[in-house]
Design a protein. Structure first.
Length: 86
């Protein structure tokens, strides 16, 4: 996730299934922990933790799901680009 931001992305969405209802068993739980850790790092360095967001969709993508994604994308656009020195 952080590598994507370093490479020029302004935000990262992690999309998965609900914990306990996922074919990847512990994958959703691990993803949640990794997202929390990455958000903490972004907050500490002042880039804004909202640049990384986890979305959990049960039963596929719905109009509510796409609405939440669109709202988040609007927030990312409002934040503007990240300017990282490489």
């Amino acid at each position: 996730m952080l590598k994507a931001l370093e490479s020029g992305s302004d935000g990262v969405a992690v999309v998965g299934c609900p914990e306990g209802d996922c074919q990847y068993l512990a994958g959703s739980a691990r993803a949640g922990g990794r997202v929390r850790q990455a958000r903490k790092i972004l907050s500490e360095i002042g880039l804004g933790e909202d640049r990384i967001q986890r979305f959990v969709f049960a039963g596929g993508i719905s109009s509510d799901s796409t609405g939440r994604l669109s709202e988040w994308l609007g927030q990312i656009r409002t934040m503007g680009p990240i300017h990282c020195s490489r």
